[in-house]
Ligand binder design. Sequence first.
Ligand code: F6P
Length: 372
Amino acid sequence: MMEIHRPSVTKTFGILTSGGDCPGLNAAIRGVCRAAHDRYGMKAIGIANGYRGLIDGDARPLNPEDFSGILTRAGTILGASREKPFKRTEGERDSEIELDKVAAIKENYQKLGLDCLVILGGNGTNTTGYLLAREGLNVVGLPKTIDNDIYGTDLTFGFNSALAIATEAIDRLHSTAQSHSRVMVIEIMGHKAGWLALYSGIAGGGDVILIPEIPYDMNIIGRHLEDRVSEGKSFSIVVVAEGAYSINEEKMDKKERRKYRAEHNTPSIAYRIAKEIEEGTGMETRATVLGYVQRGGIPSATDRVLATSLGTAAADLLARGDYGRMVVSGGNNISSVDLSVPAGKIRSVPMDHYMLDTAVSVGTCMGNKLPN
Ligand code: F6P
């Protein structure tokens, strides 16, 4: 029987995954490609390793068997890289980048016969997408990242799976903390935003949660831990976002902060905080850095659903020729925003976010007083 497809402005699109990988990328690829192929009869070209593949012309057609059976698969079948074609590397002049990478992208976009480029990525990826759109390319973006820090969407796929992993890790640390009457410090990813640390800290019952949005005061943390001991609580869990910093560091510029951290000679913030707690309170303290474990493994059910819905919504944009947009989730709905909305921004935890009040209401120390 002949397949009847709905009309589509886009006939052929390229698809790439760029930036750090995360659970749900394959589910999103499947969502876009299935809807685009089955409903609209579009052709998909898979581009290898993010923007790098587009610069090098490393691409291949994706057939239905390529995007079948990948819903639950970890990582990305397309490969990823942190290639930022508009970013100047040392020794390069802006004009050279324009000539080299961006020109190569435009050339390969034409050569591959693309009507649109679908990009799955975080802040950097969608910012590049916006800049490419300004260069005349048709671009549609999807928001992925465990950091949940993309402007314009309430939720990114990858976040929910990472949250489950981080929460389980905090749960597991509780037993050793309790057995040994220790303070356990756990470092959670999230880049410059505190979403993952805040959510996993609340879900895991962290006694202290430190996020970049609230520069911490070691005296306040020390007092909170000592108060817990006075209340007969022999252990504590400190959840710290990788991007958190102290009130002293807040006063420093980027260069001074880097120098200060090098002088303090600890591999990352969890170790520094653990050392300072031990020195300040005399409590036995250990550090755990969760790292890339948070980005691996199969996507949670919530991420599969979100990635699939965002993917099929992206296919609808392609069909309508509604380019230069990123699909987003908000208010229990899927919609889209102009690519200029996420471009060049980071969505931090706002100081009036209800989760901060939730944390404080259950007795969690946020490392400092919350601004009014
Ligand atoms: O954006 C996801 C993320 O895992 C961040 O949480 C982290 O800061 C960063 O990527 C690590 O990047 P890379 O994979 O380049 O080491």
